[in-house]
Design a protein around this ligand. Structure first.
Ligand code: ATP
Length: 213
């Protein structure tokens, strides 16, 4: 019997969604032959509140995903109260897909370097593989505890439903949501860093535009 097709998720604040997220998710989908779900966070535990509210971030994500069906929106974190812990999201996905299908948590290399600060981080590996997307902008060294934990879990090819770490080399796109928010705040139009569909309806970008400009 053929191995079941992996399910991968890319979680994030997506404040706003940009081509770095989309291209990374797309290349991971192709590299792993996976279905990829984009999972927006409601109240990210690690960071200041997003600039756009949940409805605004989801509306932009929907616009960004229009016209293709390989990357799919998954709003399960928005339906839960309290902070969005990835371990809970993975547990809920695992319950949905059963014990055998590979599940892959995609994270940028910067996020991976901070993994040991995540809630119940070691439990993530019991639920999913971790796919680390290369991200430009510095060397993302792993702290000793995390490096020791992932040693022996690294693999060039995923086997089994969970527990391994795979590096996924993607086209380096030095795009960050912070820089996009700053561009809007300065009155610029950060076109071509986000899909053109995001610019089609001016209301979608209103949370980011400075009212004074
Ligand atoms: P901010 O600038 O607000 O911190 P961000 O652009 O890093 O935002 P997030 O929503 O925090 O976006 O990122 C979600 C996930 O996508 C994280 O795992 C992050 O590492 C990854 N990611 C974001 N941008 C890129 C990029 N340009 N290339 C590869 N991975 C990325």
């Amino acid at each position: 019997m053929n191995a079941p097709r992996p399910l991968a998720i890319l979680g994030g604040t997506f404040d706003p969604i940009h081509n770095g997220h989309l291209r990374g998710a797309w290349e991971a989908a192709e590299a792993l032959d996976a279905e990829v779900r984009m999972v927006p966070a409601r109240t990210p535990p690690h960071r200041p509140p997003p600039m756009a509210d949940v409805a605004g971030r989801v509306a932009l994500l929907r616009a960004a995903l229009a016209g293709q069906d390989r990357l799919v929106l998954d709003t399960r974190e928005l339906d839960r109260d309290g902070p969005s812990y990835t371990v809970d999201t993975l547990a809920s996905l695992r319950a949905e897909i059963g014990p055998d299908r590979p599940l892959v948590l995609l994270v940028g290399a910067d996020a991976f370097a901070g993994l040991a600060s995540w809630h119940l981080w070691q439990d993530l590996f019991g639920l999913a593989h971790i796919g680390v997307l290369t991200r430009p902008g510095g060397h993302h060294a792993l702290p000793a505890e995390l490096a020791a934990f992932v040693e022996g879990r690294r693999t060039p090819r995923l086997h089994g439903p969970a527990g391994q770490v795979i590096d996924i080399s993607i086209t380096p796109l030095d795009i960050a949501a912070t820089a996009i928010r700053e561009a809007f705040a300065a009155g610029y139009e950060p076109r071509f860093l986000m899909p053109e569909t995001c610019f089609a309806d001016p209301a979608l970008l209103a949370p980011y535009r400075s009212p004074d400009l």
